[in-house]
Write a protein that binds this ligand. Sequence first.
Ligand SMILES: [Zn+2]
Length: 132
Amino acid sequence: MRVVWALLLCFLSCSAMNPLESRLDRQMHFWQKRLGLEDWNLTLRIVRQSQIDPNSWGSAEWDPAARTGVINVLDPRDYNLKGGEMKLDMECTIVHELVHIQVSPLAARDAHVREEVVNNLMAALLNRQCPN
Ligand SMILES: [Zn+2]
């Protein structure tokens, strides 16, 4: 009985996404499909600045063999932008991190070269400026 109760509690709290999380999750799935990554099992997480590199707005971890991964997006409490600008920038982060996963087999030796390629592809896909 206790196990059933724990499962029920987890079902209620573990699956409950706040409106921001569910919007970002929908955006991630939209871009995942557009980039041909729909066979990947990706999870979106909102994280505090202390959990990712300083001066970054997101990060990603992935396992190419299992085709699983996590896209981390910076928590609004730590963001340098607000409102619409922040929402536009969060979408940039999602596309940026998905492009990292897509180009990962190429594994550029130089991290700066890699960032430049990722940002060029991100900008081409979005066809707009990113606030950050
Ligand atoms: Zn990057």
